[in-house]
Write a protein that binds this ligand. Structure first.
Ligand code: HT7
Ligand code: ZN
Length: 874
């Protein structure tokens, strides 16, 4: 496959001002008529170049220029491109293609999911529908007519406003849609199906009435309220916080079962993976409710950050994704608990994005090359990209940041632009120089901050020295220092926050500062201190970096209870737990654990005056994946065993406190998704899972009762998970089969049922995983099912996946090969765990590598998997 380079970007030679599409939908395929108004791009220096159109898996039926049919000699079909030489300066091109949505298992372009037609065009799916310049800097006005059999497809949707509809012969009908906003073709969408409509409305800040519509299969009609409510709150928030008003008269959301990612922000017609939009108390966990709210907000926010202002090319993907993740994270922080939201985001970043950044696919937030763009919808583009925007926010402050975003939207409305344009708007609005800051977009790798300190007691000066370095990554070495906002504070022996005097005699010194690191090394002096302080570093995780500082366990325990920054209180607890667990890895005879950890956890569990949402997070031990990320030559089963031992020790020592915590958090009254209730359920379910780990009979009874009596999925799933992971084999079998019988008709719940088993060391041994693949509810064509079994096994059931005999790796390689033929995007994502082979001890790493080699050698490997596997083996 060919590599595409940012340096080779050229403006398009031709622009398409308008597109008139007609879709004739049939069971045996679809005919697509497309009429393009094309003109030479005045900004292009390509002159009278041939017109080049992208195409993928299309059958061309006819091609006409200004009404005259072009026969075969008049154009060249290069397989993935149609080249038409000698075209005039402006012309109308008519293209008719035949496609087979019913056989489209890649889920790119137009395909069928549970009997309905739907589309996914980002990044390059539109070329699977018709020949077109499929690049985001070609923006056109779309008019779309859809024709289909009326009884099977009563609902026909596309972008914009419905301007015409009517009946046709043979029981068919049509609807025509017009989108007044020019858009790149990746934002095109079509849906045709037998769907129920849920309606609501929203009055914008300028008094316009927007029609809100959700379309779902009839069986899901009762699962729309939460998404609709989230949508209305997102619309209000974007007006209040960013001054952004919705622009069309209709906003539609559709739920589809087969979808490669979470959702898609098509203009006025967002399409969602069912699991990311449908929820009811009985079928969705608290986590799912929160995820739905965040994704609905994310897709809605794209209407401005992505649709009105879009990307010039796919190297700029983080322009819309990083900014929009930052926006949805701020929204979630404002609607729930900001500290908890930050903890969740940082956990993902440190566990998975840091691993990606240190692995073979490491790339900058603005990559400079790719083979397959679908492989670049990564945690680096999304999560690190959001951190980069967050740092701009913290360097500029909220008011200047808002001025910058206003300028960005105003200056670039209707344009396709770059990350550099975004930073320039921030600079121009604030007067700040962000030239060094731009390195965050260009340099890959996670910066490391080595922090050391000394206290000069006689002068009352505390010196903090911070050295930054950025590790080499594929294709990049000897990196330049980056501009890093480093928030910090100092604590006195009684836990009091100390004034941060950078000069002696500083009056009014703040209790927290954001230090700006720009050089490879800085030393900061803090004056007027009577005693050596305890430093609280990188508060709120003010930059996506690794901090290394020689904390003692006493200091960590102290910060856990005294740091005024909730995030750092949590972080201190994580560091203490990591230290204790790491001390036990490879030490199977060591039975005792540090009493400081037990004491700290006892206090957390018992003191109900603490913020319970934070406590619920603090009680979660660092995950196995995070512990692996922190190790050099990781031994996953040893890490798993050490972590389990710590959990069991804690559970044994705190058994009575856990029962009390369980009982104290019993909830009466109606189920609500509030931070308080979420915290209560989380604490209760954590207590339950710990009790079952030590085979506590009372815990077992409580779990069975909770499983039976739960009125919501969080509690039912909490009990199910605890029992499935326990040694009570008969209970495990019983609850698994009861659960399946109850929810077998609900695909989203069956997905949860699959993953609870696949992620379990008890229920997810390899033969059991293979049995799940044979289960009546498993469907290879449905990405959610694939992720819930194979993804959960390789990503969460780490002791089984990393079995020393290599069987887990062989299994994954086999499934990736199988999926590569039907859905390369999913196959390329699924192979990720094997790509980390260099992170593991050689006895594991070599076998992981062998798995990758097996995939590499598969005949007819897709470009998606080719890129990931070859880069990982290089
Ligand atoms: N912008 C959307 C990206 C997306 C996607 C990309 C590749 C293949 C399938 C896809 N489905 C959706 C999602 C988002 O970030 O909002
Ligand atoms: Zn997005």
């Amino acid at each position: 496959p060919k590599t595409i380079y940012l340096s080779e970007y050229r403006v398009p030679a031709y622009l398409v001002d308008s597109v008139d599409l007609t879709f004739e939908l049939f069971e045996e395929g679809a005919r697509v008529h497309s009429v393009l108004s094309v003109r030479r791009n005045p900004d292009s220096d390509a002159g009278p170049a041939p017109l080049e159109l992208d195409g993928d898996s299309l059958k061309l039926e006819s091609l006409a220029l200004d009404g005259k049919t072009l026969d075969e000699g008049a154009f060249e079909d290069l397989g993935d491109r149609l080249v038409i030489p000698g075209v005039p300066e402006t012309f109308e091109l008519t293209v008719v293609t035949w496609i087979e949505p019913q056989n489209n298992t890649r889920l790119e372009g137009l395909y069928k999911s549970s009997g309905m037609f739907c589309t996914q065009c980002e990044a390059e799916g539109f070329r699977c529908i018709t020949y077109f310049p499929d690049r985001p800097d070609v923006m056109s006005r779309f008019r779309t007519r859809i024709e289909a059999e009326k009884s099977a497809y009563p609902v026909l949707l596309s972008n914009g406003n419905d301007v015409d509809r009517g009946d046709l012969a043979d029981g068919r009908h049509f609807v025509t849609w017009e989108d007044p906003f020019p858009k790149p073709c990746y934002l095109f969408a079509l849906v045709a199906g037998d769907l129920v409509e849920k309606r609501d409305s929203f009055t914008t800040c300028s008094g316009r009435e927007i029609d809100l519509r959700m379309y779902v299969e009839p069986r899901n009609a009762e699962k729309c309220d939460h998404a609709m409510d989230s949508l209305k709150r997102s619309m209000r928030w974007d007006e209040d916080v960013y001054g952004r008003e919705y622009d069309l008269d209709i906003f539609m959301i559709v739920a589809v079962d087969d979808f490669n990612m979470g959702a898609m922000e098509n203009k006025g017609l967002n399409i969602f993976n069912s699991s990311c939009v449908l929820a009811s108390q009985e079928t969705a966990t608290d986590m799912a409710f929160q995820r739905i709210e965040a994704i609905v907000a994310h897709e809605y926010f794209h209407n401005w950050s992505g649709n009105r202002v879009t990307c010039r090319d796919w190297f700029q993907l983080s322009l819309k994704e990083g900014f929009t993740v930052f926006r949805d994270a701020s929204f979630s922080a404002d609607t729930g608990s900001p500290t908890v939201k930050r903890i969740e985001d940082v956990t993902l970043l440190r566990t998975a994005q840091f691993a990606e950044d240190a692995g073979p696919m490491s790339h900058p937030v603005r990559p400079s090359s790719y083979m397959e763009i679908s492989n670049f919808y990564t945690l680096t583009i999304y999560e690190k990209g959001a951190e980069v925007v967050r740092m701009i926010h913290s360097l500029l402050g909220p008011d200047m940041f808002r001025k910058g975003s206003d300028l960005y939207f105003e200056r670039h409305d209707g344009q396709a632009v770059t990350t550099d344009d975004f930073v320039r708007a921030m600079e121009d609005a604030s007067g700040r120089d962000l030239s060094q800051f731009r390195l965050w977009y260009e340099q890959a790798g996670t910066p490391v901050l080595d922090v050391s300190d000394e206290f000069d007691a006689s002068a009352g000066i505390y010196r903090l020295t911070i050295r930054q370095s950025i590790p080499d990554t594929p294709g990049q070495s000897n990196k330049q220092p980056q501009h890093i906002p480093f928030a910090m504070g100092l604590l006195g022996a009684q836990g009091q926050a100390l004034p941060l005097r950078l000069r002696s005699g500083d009056t009014d010194a703040p209790l927290e500062r954001v230090l700006e690191l720009t050089d490879a090394e800085h030393t900061f002096e803090f004056h007027g201190l009577d005693e050596r302080p305890v430093p609280s570093l990188l508060r709120h995780f003010s930059a996506p970096v690794r901090v290394s500082y020689p904390w003692t366990r006493e200091q960590l325990q102290f910060l856990m209870s005294h740091d005024p920054d909730g995030f750092n209180r949590w972080d201190a607890g994580q560091r203490l737990a990591v230290d204790v667990i790491q001390g036990l890895v490879g030490n199977p005879d060591e039975d005792a654990i540090d009493s400081r950890l037990v004491d700290a956890y006892r206090q957390l569990i018992s003191d109900s005056s603490l913020d319970q949402a934070l406590v619920a997070k603090m009680l979660q031990l660092p995950s196995e994946a995070y512990l692996i990320e922190l190790s050099e030559a990781a031994d996953a089963p040893a890490i798993h065993a050490a972590r389990e031992r710590v959990l069991k020790r804690l559970a044994t020592a705190l058994r009575d406190e856990l029962v009390a915590c369980y009982n104290r958090n019993h909830q009466s009254g109606p189920y609500r998704v509030t931070p308080e209730q979420i915290a209560g359920r989380s604490l209760r379910n954590t207590a339950l899972s710990w009790l079952l780990l030590i085979n506590d009979d009372e815990g077992r009874e409580l779990a069975s009762q909770q499983f039976r009596a739960a009125d919501n999925m969080t509690d039912r799933m909490g009990a199910l998970r605890a029992l499935v992971n326990s040694d009570y084999e008969a209970d495990r079998e019983r609850v698994l089969s009861e659960f399946y019988e109850r929810f077998r008709h609900d695909p989203q719940v069956v997905e949860q049922w699959f993953s609870v088993q696949a992620a379990s060391g008890q229920a997810g041994r390899l033969p059991q995983i293979r049995a799940l693949l044979e289960h009546e509810a498993f469907d290879w064509k449905n990405p959610n099912k694939v992720r819930s079994v194979i993804g959960a096994f390789a990503g969460q059931n780490l002791a089984e996946f990393h079995k020393p005999d290599g069987s887990g790796y062989e299994f994954l390689a086999e499934q990736v090969c199988r999926l590569d033929d039907s859905n390369p995007q999913i196959a390329a994502r699924l192979v990720t765990p094997l790509t980390r082979w260099r992170k593991f001890a050689p006895s594991y790493g070599e076998q992981m590598k062998a798995g990758l080699e097996k995939v590499r050698d598969k005949a007819g490997l897709s470009r998606d998997v080719y890129e990931v596997v070859h880069k990982s083996l290089a």
